[in-house]
Design a protein around this ligand. Sequence first.
Ligand code: ZN
Length: 230
Amino acid sequence: MTQFNIRLRRRDIPDEDILDDLKRVAQLRGENSLTRLEYEKYGTFGPTTIIRRFGSWNSAIVKAGLERASRQDISNEELFENLAAVWTRLGRQPYGRHMSDRSTGSMFSTGTYEKRFGSWNNALTAFASYIANDEQSFNISGASSLQSVERTASVSRRTRREINWRLRAKILIRDACICQMCGVSPAKDPETVLHVDHILPWSKGGETVDENLQTLCAVCNIGKSDTVIE
Ligand SMILES: [Zn+2]
């Protein structure tokens, strides 16, 4: 997923700095454990960087001297976000067993979904309704200071430029994880990287709404940027 806020891309961050930052955020939250989602809100480094470095989220947590999050601490949103990530990586709807399959990059097991929702089918249904009810267009009312700056700068805008993971998943699933220009999909070619793109660039007045968003592969998206600078 590429739509998150600014992330440091340095490769030479010492392990210590990462572990210290995990401890810092846990302290800030007044907790002995720390979920990935909480860390994303307050942490300095990208969760992907951390997972790559330590092998998994939980092993980073343990190395930092924190406790692994118990199942109850994992929010539905985290389970849904993980499901969306696996769905996108596969290029199609995952089966329950895919969640326990490490090669899909899933962070939670099939059992976690089944325990939370009763069955894998129930998990899928809950996910579908969560994704369908995306409220990104209304996010502006709950504005953080950054959003307020953006709002002042462009009062006429209805939406923010940033596409949140939920809307991104909605568009990818709507487009069946197929590039709308060349037709590639991770289902056929696992190397495919998909982006969600503004059809009319945001800088030209295009809004972050379903009808102005499309799925493109990285190759087509870069090709498009050459002609339309966003
Ligand atoms: Zn393409």
